[in-house]
Structures are given as C-alpha cells and as structure tokens.
Design a protein around this ligand. Structure first.
Ligand code: ZN
Length: 265
C-alpha cells in the first residue's frame, strides 16, 4: 500500500472539511490521525455526529444516559484531535435508524454542506457493511452536490472487521474457502479503492488518547463482565487495525448532486 497509495499533500490537508460520523468513535477510528494533521495544517474541520449512539449498550444503559455519555465522550475526543466543541454538531438521529431517515438526513447534510462549502467531505465507506454507515454515506453523497464541487473521502471502519484483516482461526474447509474468497475480494477493494492515504505515524499516541475518551467503548466496568467493548471484536485484531502507520481513503470528486465525477488517486 505504501507504494500503491497516494498521500494527501500538505495543501490538501489544509483544505476545509466536514466529517460525517454515524456514531461517536467513528471520527477517531476512521480518520482521527488525518483530522489531527488537518488541524495542524490550519484546516477548518467540522465534525457532524449523525446518530446519538444510544444503542451501543442497550442492556446496561437507558437511551437518555447513553446519549449524554456518548456526547461527552465525542466532545472530549474531538478536543484531543484539536477540534473545539463549537465545530462539533450532533444531529441526534436515533442510533441504528439512519436507513429509515434517509430523506431527513440528506436534507440536514445538504444544509450543512451549503453552509460550510467544504473542499473535502469525509463519509463512512460503502464497504463497511453496517446499516448506519452505509446509509450515512449514501445520504451525504446525495447531498454533496449542494456544496458545489467537492472531494469525497470515504473512510473504512467496519471494513476491517473481516478476515484477512482480522484472524479467524480454524473452522471447516468450507469456511476456510469462504475466507480465501473474502481475502481476494478484500485485497481487490483495498488496492483498487483505498488508494489515498495519510501518514499518521507521528499522531498514533494522540489517536490513542482520543480513542480512550470513548471509555464506554474501550473500558469494561469491573462490575459489568458482559459489557461489550471494541477490544472484544475479533479478539482485539479489529482494534489493532487502527494503529497502523497510515489511514486509507477512497477519494473521488463530485460536482452534481450525488453523481461521482471521477475517481482519482
Ligand atoms: Zn459507527
């Protein structure tokens, strides 16, 4: 990927951006190092959290408490990345329901993009395979033309959840063959699509500090052994995917509402 990918230039890092995140923590997992580099380069970076994140622990937290907690965590994480609360917005749509709120989400995204007219728009990858992430990407793309010509940067989060990015040990032959097929498809997608990269090596500690702000997703309370955390996913392999030297993006430009103009490296 080091040879294959094209790095964002300093001039591109300095461009204004709006980052759409389905849930608190996506801003760090998907592009935390990149956002910190953009802030350091002097870019105006706005983060929009689409859902309230209230369903991350439905058996342990009532929706109201979860919403409040995750909002606090999101603001703390953005502050670590260098993004003040005045540049963070919460749409508070219901967690897990973005697919059912497409029209509302598209209208809200269009308003935000018309207001800020960013050069870059960060959205979750279409390959994430998680309802809220796929719906968020589709809605923002549909709205993107409202800002005039802009560059879309799709960031993968749950894309990394599958083998071969995480290990799946053993299993029957059929399953192993399925994993081989997934590996080929995954590699084609990675090399063919996520060809834009940002070197985040100097920012890995900062990224870890921002991620630690999402304590509800990172730390299991000692009295709640069944409290799920991100480190549970694929035995910790998933979380390790976000400590690499580069963050990868699928980059392309849009000019008219939702229509992709050209994909470029
Ligand atoms: Zn998410």
């Amino acid at each position: 990927m080091r040879v294959w990918a094209t790095e964002l230039t300093e001039a591109e890092l300095a461009q204004p951006a709006v980052v759409f995140c389905p849930h608190p923590d996506d801003e760090v997992l998907g592009c935390g190092g990149t956002l910190a580099r953009k802030v350091a380069a002097g870019a105006d970076v706005r983060v929009v959290f689409l859902t309230d994140g209230s369903r991350s622990h439905p058996r342990h937290l009532d929706p109201r408490s979860a919403r409040r907690l995750r909002r606090r965590e999101a603001l703390a994480s953005c502050a670590v990345l260098g993004i003040p609360a005045c540049r963070v917005r919460f749409l508070d749509l219901p967690d897990g329901q973005l697919a059912a709120r497409q029209a509302e989400l598209t209208a809200a995204a269009a308003d935000i993009l018309r207001c800020h007219r960013p050069s870059q728009v960060f959205v979750p990858s279409r390959f994430d395979g998680v309802c809220d992430h796929v719906a968020a990407g589709a809605a923002v793309l549909a709205a993107a033309g409202a800002a005039g010509e802009t560059t879309i940067l799709e960031y993968p989060v749950w894309f990394w959840r599958h083998w071969p990015w995480v290990s799946e040990r053993g299993g029957p032959l059929r399953r192993r063959l399925g994993r081989t097929r997934d590996a080929v498809i995954g590699a084609v997608r990675l090399f063919g699509r996520f060809r834009c990269a940002v070197d985040v090596r100097p920012l890995l500690d900062l990224k870890a500090a921002a991620l630690a702000c999402h304590a509800s997703q990172m730390v299991r309370p000692t009295d709640r052994p069944d409290w799920p955390i991100l480190a549970d996913v694929a035995g910790g392999d998933f979380l390790a995917c976000f400590t690499g030297p580069r963050e990868h993006f699928q980059r392309y430009a849009v000019r008219t509402a939702g229509r992709r103009r050209r994909e470029h490296r």
